[in-house]
Design a protein around this ligand. Structure first.
Ligand code: TXA
Ligand code: MG
Length: 340
């Protein structure tokens, strides 16, 4: 199959293009589209055969459930059940936005979407292209990140094309995604509510609405599809946990001596600490973690394009979005996968 790319201006959406994409979804095909977090690979969430194609296109194991994207808050009542006031409070505050809610599933949600679980993950993306695609498709859209399984999530249409060309029907190109890391996943079926994956909304922001939210516990595999190794470039990633440039340089020099091509992903504050034969890339200033998050996956993919074999990444402070960035860096660095 050949994969078409259609450019769409997010501030002046061409409905003809959206309808073309929606027709593909309705016919059971796959369309990649931008969200505010990362690009998603969409299929009609109510059509199990279409959803099966997502797993095939990504090489994704069938025990890794999909997030269902909706454009109308009322659709939550169709796809999930046992929805209480606290859920509605969260939705009022944070939807559309990078917050995915795990709820008890209703009978309408196909098994393949939830990987056989009795829960479903739902979110309303804050992106006009995504929302109009869902509306025109007249069905909720199941969409994981539009990368090959295990690779960094795509933040541009080109990233999607690099991974999935020939495997999907269409890519809607709406430019760079703004948040750059995936949504925060909050499990509402447990008491207290619990963060399963840190993401674009940090826990302090959520706690302003629901004070007793259980934080993310990094080393636990809480849901099927949470793998130890994930978001990985081809290069080996080493996270310099203490973030000290002297230590980073020591490690880098060691690999250089062994003949490897070495990259360093540094914070803007430490830019001048590095000179040498390193492929230096700046993730952003630590005081602007949102910018660091927005650059993260793109930089990992750039290192691959440059042929870098070892990436040494400085750590960032584990506050706010820094928790998400460190989670992704550690998963990118993890050696082996853990499949439940
Ligand atoms: O920002 C995002 O969330 C992006 C955009 C495209 O919306 N999507 C995304 O999807 O990151 P994906 O498939 O790459 O990650 C979804 C993860 C799964 O791997 C799984 O861990 C979790 O969501 N998940 C899905 N359904 C779940 C459920 N019922 N219970 C627990 N976790 C679930
Ligand atoms: Mg993913």
């Amino acid at each position: 199959m050949s994969t078409e790319i259609l450019e769409i201006n997010p501030s002046n959406i061409d409905l003809v293009k959206i309808r073309k994409a929606a027709a593909i979804i309705k016919e059971g095909g796959l369309v990649a589209f931008p969200t505010e977090t990362v690009y998603g690979l969409g299929a009609d969430a109510l059509n199990p055969l279409s959803c099966a194609k997502i797993f095939e296109a990504k090489n994704r194991p069938l025990n890794d459930p999909l997030i269902v994207h909706i454009a109308d808050k009322q659709d939550i009542f169709k796809l999930a059940k046992e929805i209480y006031k606290r859920t509605l409070d969260l939705i009022d505050e944070f939807w559309p936005g990078p917050l995915t809610l795990v709820l008890k599933k209703s009978q309408n949600t196909p098994e393949i979407v939830t990987a056989g679980l009795d829960t479903v993950a739902l979110r309303m993306p804050n992106n006009k292209i995504a929302l109009s695609l869902i509306k025109e498709a007249q069905s909720p859209i199941a969409a994981p990140s539009a990368n090959l399984f295990g690779r960094p999530s795509p933040t541009t249409a080109q990233h999607v094309f690099d991974d999935l060309k020939g495997r999907i029907d269409l890519i809607l190109d709406g430019g760079n995604t703004q948040v750059g890391v995936e949504s925060t996943i909050l499990d509402l079926t447990q008491t207290p509510f619990r963060i399963l994956r840190p993401g674009g909304i940090d826990i302090e922001t959520l706690r302003a609405i629901i004070p007793d939210i259980e934080p993310y516990h990094g080393n636990q595999i809480l849901s099927p599809g949470m793998f130890k190794r994930h978001y990985s470039p081809k290069a080996k990633v080493i996270v310099a946990e203490d973030g000290n440039p002297e230590r980073v340089k020591d490690i880098a020099s060691e690999f250089l001596l062994q003949g490897y091509s070495v990259g360093i992903m540094a914070k803007a504050e430490n830019k001048t600490s590095y000179n040498g034969d390193f492929n230096l890339k700046i993730i952003g200033p630590e005081r602007n973690l949102a910018l660091c998050a927005a650059n993260l996956y793109s930089l990992l993919r750039e290192f691959d394009k440059d042929g870098t074999e070892i990436i040494i990444a400085e750590s960032v402070k584990e506050e706010g979005l820094g928790i998400t960035i460190m989670d992704r860096l550690r998963k990118a660095a993890a050696k082996e996968n853990h499949v439940q």
